[in-house]
Every structure is written in structure tokens, then in C-alpha cells.
Design a protein around this ligand. Structure first.
Ligand code: DI6
Ligand code: FE
Length: 401
């Protein structure tokens, strides 16, 4: 560490998340230069340096900035009408007949301009940021043709320019079948693999490729075609897997060395073991579980015993998880899935970074990583998971500022 830094945060308690647990440090300090952490640890062990700014944290807790590693945050309109219909007893078919479901979000997105999408999505992003989120993943998947998928991903990139937050983008063209495919899933996947994905990759619009592997979406064979092309183009993959049934999605994702497999309510031992071997992160999405009143809980104990890394994310989307609070999501992961406080906090920091392939950049408080910090008015880290609908954020720091 050289003799001068930009900022020192001192008199803090740290949850560094370095190593395998929360990495707690009483009387801690962090020093940053050029947006990166140069020291994080016990204040007494910090080398003497000149700092342009010194912040007295008055004993507050500092965690890594939070990371929402699975969202469909860029979308148009909402589906509150559908929610109301369902509360009144309408079935899924009735909702679909009335023009509802995922295709209604596709219609709305196709009608929206890129500017309109940015404008509509900013309040959702701001809600996440207000709770200390410093990195957010955003998927496409409501465009379902080249023009509209590209528009979604450009809107996502622009959100990262409009706000002090890191945005990673994921191409989810294989999310649903567009109406113009007239039920021909193989035709759509062929077009996606031959035309859409290569164009999206050429334009640098996607950092990863995702798919929805389910009876109501795409088969494992179709997903494998998408992943083969992603690998050929040098893009990492992730998968919506085993949410409503076990089609072997987790094992499929692992066989492609996926960054993550997400949802996983119906994953069994074979899938979990494959994920453990591949280092694929299990992303838990309790918001969708809650909202669609799922009964099957993902096999947390299996993941725990096999040492599959677990992340937690909002799945922010208009159909099954209209959720923009990562703090509330942690509470749901603990209450509904019985994840521990430490697992929940690691799940929105260190393990969420891993699910995005960004573990070398963010997710822990360690020298060399971005100075992405959340400073909290709490007495102990468990409060972050325990409260519902209360935001104890004191200050958020993104890349040192
Ligand atoms: N999993 C889901 O539950 C949804 N997408 C996905 O991949 C539903 C998204 C929607 O209904 O808009
Ligand atoms: Fe999702």
C-alpha cells in the first residue's frame, strides 16, 4: 500500500465476506484509491497513510455493496391486472385468454421505445440502489426477436450509465415462444442460434446467456443448442432450471460449466452433485416462490451438504416476482427456505458476485476489489435479514465514491 489514498473509512465494524464466513472485524477500517480497496481489516493494522478524506463511521457496520444477480428489471408496463384476476379466482388459461401472461409483457415491450424502457426501469433500479445495491444483473427475454432483445439489452446498458451502479447484461432470448413462431419451438431456437445470438454477441450487448428450461418454455435439447452457440461465441451461460419440474436443468447447466443455475425448487441429488463439481452457483429466488405460492422448497440442505455455493436474488419481473427489495428477499430466503443469516448475506454479496463471474471484482471487502460498500445503521448483521420493509442503509459507496 503506497503512502497516499483517496478515502479512509475508519471506526467501523466490517463484514468483509473474505473467506468462507462473514469475515467479521471489530474496529475495522477500509482504505481506497482510484475506486479500489487497498486495505480492509483491523484499524490498528492499517499502515500509516495520507488520505484526502477520512470518514468516521461511528461504529457502523460495513458490508460489501449488495449484488442482485438475477433480474428481469427492464420490462414495460406491469401485470397488476392479471394479479387481480387471479385473486378473483381466474385460472392461468383464463388470464392467458384475456391477453395476459408473459406475451402481454412481450407486447408491451415491443411497443416501448428504448428511451421509454430506460424511463420505466429507472424507478426499479433506484429502489435497489436505495438499499445498497452496487451491482445488478439484467436479462432480456421480453423482446423475443433481434430488434427487441437488442433494444432491451441496450436499455440495460444505459441504466448503468444513468446511475452509479455496475450493470451486467444477460441475453435470455430463450425465455418464451413469441406469437409469430406459431408454436414452432424448434424454428425459434434455430433462428435464435443462427441469427439473434451471433448478432447480440457481435454488438457486445450480452455478458452472459440464459434460457428457461421447462415444459412451458424450452426442452433440455433446445437449451443445449443455445448453450453450444454461447460457448462457441465465448459467452458464459446460466439457466432457469427445475423451477416447476425436474427436467435435469441443473445437471445440464453444470455440464456447460454454467456460472449459475437459478430457481432449483425441483433439483435432486444428481443435479446438486453436478453443480458442486462444476462450481455452478445455486441462485435462490424466494420472491417468485412466494408470489406464485409454490409449495416445493429448493433442496437447501442438499446444496449445503454438497458445498454448492448459494446466492439469493430478487428475480424482479412483472409476472412472478414484482420485487425490488434485496433486503426483503433475504428475509424470504431465511423464512421460506430456512437459509441462515450468514448464507443470506453471503448470497447477496460474495456468492452473487460468483454467480456473475465477477468474484475477482466485487462481493467482498478485500484489497484489489472495487470499493463497493454499504454502510448500515444496525447493531448486528442479522438485522439486515430480520427486518421486513425497513431500510437501515446509512450510505452506499460505488467504486470509492
Ligand atoms: N421464470 C419465471 O417464473 C418467469 N420467467 C422465468 O424465467 C415468468 C416471467 C413472467 O411471467 O413475466
Ligand atoms: Fe427469472
Amino acid at each position: 500500500m503506497s503512502a497516499s489514498v483517496d478515502t479512509i473509512w475508519r471506526n467501523a465494524r466490517l463484514a468483509t465476506l473474505a473467506g468462507a464466513d462473514l469475515g467479521l472485524v471489530e474496529r475495522g477500517a477500509i482504505a481506497a484509491r482510484d475506486g479500489r480497496i487497498v486495505f480492509a481489516g483491523a484499524e490498528a493494522e492499517m499502515p500509516a497513510v495520507d488520505a484526502r478524506d477520512t470518514v468516521d463511521c461511528e461504529g457502523r457496520w460495513i458490508t460489501p455493496g449488495l449484488i442482485d444477480c438475477h433480474t428481469h428489471l427492464v420490462h414495460a408496463g406491469n401485470r397488476a391486472n392479471e394479479f387481480e384476476m387471479r385473486l378473483a379466482g381466474a385460472t392461468y388459461e383464463e388470464v392467458a385468454k384475456a391477453g395476459g401472461g408473459i406475451v402481454s409483457s412481450v407486447r408491451a415491450l415491443r411497443h416501448a421505445s428504448e428511451d421509454g424502457l430506460v424511463r420505466q426501469s429507472l424507478p426499479r433500479l433506484d429502489a435497489l440502489i436505495a438499499e445498497g445495491v452496487t451491482t445488478v444483473e439484467i436479462k432480456s427475454g421480453y423482446g423475443l426477436d433481434l430488434e427487441n432483445e437488442a433494444k432491451s439489452l441496450r436499455a440495460a446498458r444505459r441504466l448503468g450509465e444513468e446511475r452509479a451502479v455496475a450493470v451486467t447484461t444477460t441475453f435470455l432470448g430463450a425465455h418464451a415462444l413469441p406469437p409469430e413462431a406459431r408454436g414452432d419451438r424448434d424454428w425459434y431456437i434455430g433462428m435464435l442460434v443462427d441469427e439473434m445470438l451471433p448478432d447480440i454477441a457481435r454488438e457486445g450487448l450480452a455478458d452472459a446467456v440464459d434460457a428457461f428450461c421447462e415444459d412451458i418454455a424450452f426442452s433440455p435439447e433446445q437449451v443445449a443448442l443455445v448453450f453450444d452457440k454461447a460457448v462457441e461465441l465465448g459467452l458464459p451461460v446460466k439457466l432457469h432450471a427445475d423451477q416447476l419440474s425436474n427436467l435435469g436443468g441443473a445437471a445440464l447447466a453444470a455440464s456447460f460449466g454454467a456460472l449459475s443455475a437459478d430457481h432449483l425448487e425441483y433439483t435432486g441429488e444428481v443435479g446438486a452433485a453436478a453443480m458442486a463439481t462444476a462450481g455452478t452457483v445455486a441462485v435462490m429466488l424466494p420472491g417468485a416462490f412466494y408470489f406464485i405460492r409454490e409449495k416445493q422448497i429448493p433442496p437447501i440442505e442438499l446444496f449445503r451438504s454438497m458445498k454448492v455455493p448459494m446466492a439469493v436474488a430478487t428475480d424482479c419481473n412483472p409476472g412472478t416476482s414484482p420485487l425490488t427489495s434485496l433486503l426483503l428477499t433475504m428475509n424470504m430466503a431465511a423464512t421460506l427456505f430456512r437459509m441462515t443469516v450468514d448464507e443470506c448475506i453471503a448470497g447477496v454479496t460474495r456468492e452473487a458476485a460468483r454467480a456473475l463471474g465477477r468474484q475477482g471484482e466485487t462481493g467482498t471487502l478485500e484489497a484489489g476489489k472495487w470499493a463497493d460498500l454499504a454502510i448500515w445503521n444496525i447493531e448486528r448483521p442479522a438485522e439486515l435479514v430480520y427486518r421486513m420493509g425497513f431500510n437501515p442503509l446509512h450510505k452506499r459507496v460505488w467504486r470509492g465514491m
